[in-house]
Design a protein around this ligand. Sequence first.
Ligand code: ZN
Length: 157
Amino acid sequence: MGSLSELYQSLILDHNRSPRNFRSMENADCHAEGYNPLCGDQLSVWVKLDGDRIEDISFQGSGCAISRASASLMTTAVKGRTVAEAREIFDRFHRMITGQADSTSEKVPAKLAVFAGVAEFPSRVKCAGLSWHALKSALDRGPEKVSTDDEPDVRQR
Ligand code: ZN
C-alpha cells in the first residue's frame, strides 16, 4: 500500500505544482465558477465544444492542492471526450469520492482513482469535487456560480 499511496500523492503534488490546462479561455462556449466556502477554494472552468465533443477545457483559480490537482486531472480526463462521456465520468467520480462505490467497480480513468481516498475525509470531498461541479454546471448551462454548499448528496458522518 505504501508505494501505491506515495505514487498517488506524487501525482497530486505534480498536478498541484504544474496544473494542466491552467489558463482562461477567450472563445469558450460555456463557463462556470465553483466556490468551496469550507476550504476557500475558488475556480473557473471554461469549455470549448466542437459539436458534442469537448474540444478544449481549461481552468483557473486558487485553492488547496486537492482542488487544483483534481481540476487539472479533470481537464486531462475529459478533453477530447463527448459531453455524454464527460457526464458519465463525473457520475462515476462523484460516486467514488462520496464513498458510494469504490474505484474498481466504477471504472473511473486510472488517474482519477487517486482521489478514492478522499471519501474518508468529508471536507476534502468538496475540494476534489469542486471543479467537477463547475464543469457540470457549465455543460448544463446552469448557474454561473456553484457552491459546494448547494451539494445535497455528500455523505454525512
Ligand atoms: Zn480545498
